[in-house]
Design a protein around this ligand. Structure first.
Ligand code: 5RP
Length: 219
């Protein structure tokens, strides 16, 4: 099974978590794109969606699926999104696509978070994938210095990239994330940081993992 076939399999499995008549939170990335294409097949059953990026909103609208502004929605039943890394506690590293802030907001607004990923994403210790940090542009150097001082690693500017919120991304290389919740809080407290890509304080509730043997459900 290829990586794309595993992504497609988990996207199909995630449809089981979509309840009729509800609003669905939709993530960003190639796995989320497979999910959007699956969601299109049952679009008449749902009330609509909230998207975690302009790119996903565009793909959803392209399928004729309604996209609501989060401010006009009182409850999101389930949020479906991919990840760059997950540990067995369903703490995640996200933001490879640069949508981490809106992803964290939609996850926070959702009753249930179902993460969909292929088996390459499940790791013992997170940090091999560079940790994305969204930063207010004028604070770039300050934040980079503080990251090195407070958590270590090597922050690298994501060249030529601006987030949907008009900010920059620093990708922090060479981390060993032994205490994800503590690191998430430490990074949140650095002035100039908008969001970091650790989803440990609000981890996923369910991980659907695509493997060669089929989709595994981890809770
Ligand atoms: C985007 C994300 C994605 O969920 C993450 O990068 C995984 O992407 P893919 O499904 O393409 O492997 O956090 O900001």
């Amino acid at each position: 099974m290829t990586q794309d076939e595993m992504k497609k399999a988990v996207a199909q499995a995630a449809i089981e978590y979509v309840e009729a008549g509800t609003i669905v939170g939709v993530g960003t990335g190639s796995t989320a794109n497979f999910f959007i294409d699956e969601l299109a097949k049952i679009k008449h059953k749902i009330e609509g969606t909230v998207a975690s990026s302009e790119a996903s909103a565009e793909r959803l609208r392209g399928h004729g699926i309604e996209v609501f502004d989060l401010n006009n929605v009182s409850e999101i039943a389930v949020y479906i999104d991919g990840a760059d890394e997950s540990n067995k506690f369903l703490h995640l590293v996200k933001g490879g696509g640069g949508a981490l802030t809106r992803e964290k907001i939609v996850a926070a607004a959702s009753k249930k978070f179902v993460c969909i990923a292929d088996e390459t994403k499940l790791v013992d210790v997170m940090g091999k994938f560079p940790l994305p940090i969204e930063v207010i542009p004028m604070a770039r150097s300050l934040v980079a210095r503080e990251i090195i001082k407070q958590i270590g690693g090597e922050p690298v500017l994501r060249e030529g990239f601006t987030t949907d919120n008009g900010n920059i991304i620093l990708d922090v290389h060479n981390l060993e994330i032994m205490e994800p919740t503590k690191m998430e809080q430490t990074l949140n407290n650095i002035t100039g940081v908008v969001t970091n890509g650790l989803f440990a304080m609000r981890p996923a509730d369910v991980l659907l993992l695509g493997t060669a043997e089929g989709v595994k459900t981890i809770t």
